[in-house]
Write a protein that binds this ligand. Structure first.
Ligand SMILES: [Cu+2]
Length: 318
């Protein structure tokens, strides 16, 4: 069988050449990515959770680049060296590959290791940084170690965000100010429909649901501008539901918070008392956007239906 005699050494050499080419390409591409692209990957490093997300993206890229290179190099090699005009096609592949135990074990083994490693890494990266900036619901199980946590309530409504600072008298403002080098607990809620608080540079993203307190943690590391977008389709002006926040120095924040507390004191008195969530009712009927927490409806909220008292309208027996 002269054909087999030719085939055997040819096959081995191909595998070795592929492996060496792949190894060199990976050894060049992975460090290039890590040092040139890595530090610029979103969402930056403004907070612990943003930096964690950036690291995770980079680690996934480091793992994905060798896979992509392996596929491309294999294709390229096949097109160049195994084309029919070179008489190479029936020496490799086909029925021979079908029963190849080395390929089968190698394929299943490699993919299993890659998937399980991604699973373990992803789970650790979610738990260790206290939820990695994601909303953990009203009873977060992964909490930060910091002893001083600043609570900021994020109130979403069609179609804006406002922020309440419970540790500063519960004033409410449309300005999102956050102190640097501080662990923050965002308490995200909604006054009407479902929204989502996505503070891009903070690496924070949490669902904003009515009558619900969704907690997300992060720790600020650098000062700068923060883009806040609603990330849950919430009605006709959903696309316009965005604003900007600022991470400022601790001193600047302290000055802003204490002076705003005083400045807004008279307005704060008119707000419903601070609560971790608010029960949506007939919003807007009394000229305000805020539920007044009068259970279940105030007179204003009967929309001027003077002939029907609040009591009779809601009584099941009348
Ligand atoms: Cu929205």
């Amino acid at each position: 069988m002269p054909d087999d005699a030719v085939a055997a050494p040819r096959e081995r050499r191909d595998g070795l050449r592929l492996l060496i080419t792949w190894f060199i390409a990976t050894a060049v591409a992975d460090p290039l990515y890590w040092f040139l692209a890595g530090p610029h990957m979103p969402p930056g490093d403004m907070t612990s959770s943003a930096q964690g997300a950036q690291l995770d993206i980079n680690v996934l890229f480091l793992a994905a680049i060798p896979v992509v290179l392996g596929v491309w190099i294999y294709y390229g090699y096949a097109i160049i060296f195994w084309r029919a005009s070179r008489g190479g096609t029936d020496l490799i592949g086909g029925p021979k590959a079908r029963g190849n135990l080395k390929i089968q074990v190698g394929w299943i083994g490699t993919t299993t290791v890659v998937v399980l490693a991604a699973f373990v890494y992803g789970t650790v990266e979610l738990i260790v940084p206290a939820g990695a900036g994601g909303g953990e619901g009203p009873q977060p199980i992964w909490t930060p170690h910091s002893k001083t946590i600043l609570p900021i309530q994020v109130i979403a409504q069609q179609w804006k965000f406002t922020y309440r600072y419970p540790t500063y008298g519960g004033f409410e403002t449309d300005q999102l100010m956050i102190p640097d080098h501080t662990t923050v607990a965002f308490h995200v809620t909604s006054l009407d429909v479902i929204h989502d608080f996505w503070a891009y540079q903070l690496g924070v993203k949490a669902d904003a649901n009515p009558d619900s307190d969704d907690v997300a943690f992060t720790t600020t590391q650098t000062m700068g501008l923060v883009t806040v977008r609603c990330d849950e389709l919430c009605g006709i002006w959903h696309g316009a539901m965005y604003d900007y926040g600022h991470v400022v120095s601790k001193a600047t924040f302290q000055k802003w918070a204490t002076s705003t507390e005083v400045k807004l004191a008279s307005a704060t008195k008119l707000l419903p008392p601070f609560s971790w969530s608010y029960v949506p009712d007939a919003n807007g009927a009394d000229g305000g956007y805020y539920p007044d927490n009068v259970v279940p409806y105030s007179n204003e909220e009967t929309y001027g239906a003077t002939t029907v008292s609040t009591k009779t309208a809601l009584s099941p027996t009348s």
